[in-house]
Design a protein around this ligand. Sequence first.
Ligand code: EZ4
Ligand code: CO
Length: 409
Amino acid sequence: MRIESVRTVVTSPGRNFVTLRITTSDGITGLGDATLNGRELAVAAYLTEHVEPLLVGRDAGRVEDTWQYLYRGAYWRRGPVTMAALAAVDTALWDIKAQAAGMPLYELLGGASRRGALAYGHASGRDVPELLDSIRAHLDAGYRAIRVQTGIPGLDSVYGVAASAAGGGDRYDYEPARRTALPVEETWDTRAYLRHVPTVFEAVRAEFGPELPLLHDGHHRMTPIQAAKLGKSLEPYDLFWLEDATPGEDPTALRLIRQHTTTPLAIGEVFNSVHDYTPLLQERLIDYVRSAVTHTGGVTAMKKLLDLAAVYGVKSGMHGPTDISPVGQAAALHLDLAIHNFGIQEYMRHSPDTLDVFRTSYTFADGLLHPSDAPGLGVTLDEEAAARFPYAPAYLPVNRLTDGTVHDW
Ligand code: EZ4
Ligand code: CO
């Protein structure tokens, strides 16, 4: 079975997505997600100019060989653009292989290890009453684990807090993929954040009791000692994890946090290689791996990374915001179902327009996601619908401290 044609599809049903479509001589079509939020066209150009011509005519069944060919063969390896492009090729080839076998992908990865993947949703509120409403709405929508993000007194807009959290819907609207030529700027104050967050968790535990798994995302904004302090002050509220406490580039930061707190740590949504994790795993500095299939070289690379994590007792917690396309989300769900060291899966519902372009078969019931038993990934791309939503530049916000200094967002 040869690769006959390859196409990179950029579509924007509410937000931008980059999808690789590979078609074989047998007429099977495989899909891979290559979306890199705010830098979409860099990946699209990498695929169109430097990957598509290398794929046509290759044996579609040689997944590992193609991965190595594109990774080692590029000489310039790693990095978010390269690894997202490679992820899309790899995922599309797995999709094809599983469809050719007539099986859902998770069967090729070893078969199901569980009934479904525990999902967590994103509750948020500008203040505590709004947050508690949002948590209730998520529980009503079926979530059995909840990420808690909150407004900070004195700050206008804060990462993770829906602008219209009133009513507590579980639809994403807080990370505006705003169709503007320039990123929006926000103001940040870490000391105000550190004072406020423990009071919020105290209120949430008082309302919902000790059992509900609660998560929180620090979004790379703290210094190591600030993160250590937050982890310690949140210990009474028994978090499932504290995510991205410090910027991802510095593994030694985690060492310092770990010396001070038993709050479990998750990191890695901006990582793109197993090599970003090796010191963190070997020194037992983290508890959850946050990478996405989409940003870490595909199913092949994620499986190897999670197998290495398993050696150190570290579990998966794959990134699943709405800037991972339904194709990337489905790929994650097949891995979630198959691996032994599954931890939790992030899940934000995509918009109706997105789900018109990407026809999914995965299900969410009783707090658990399941990729479905459709052959392959179980997602198809409606290219006519995709063409109705042309690309528009959109950026994540940029942060500044109150004195104007640029800060991590
Ligand atoms: O900000 O995916 O845990 N989830 C996150 C996300 C990221 C976005 C960036 O594109 O941190 O909401
Ligand atoms: Co995050």
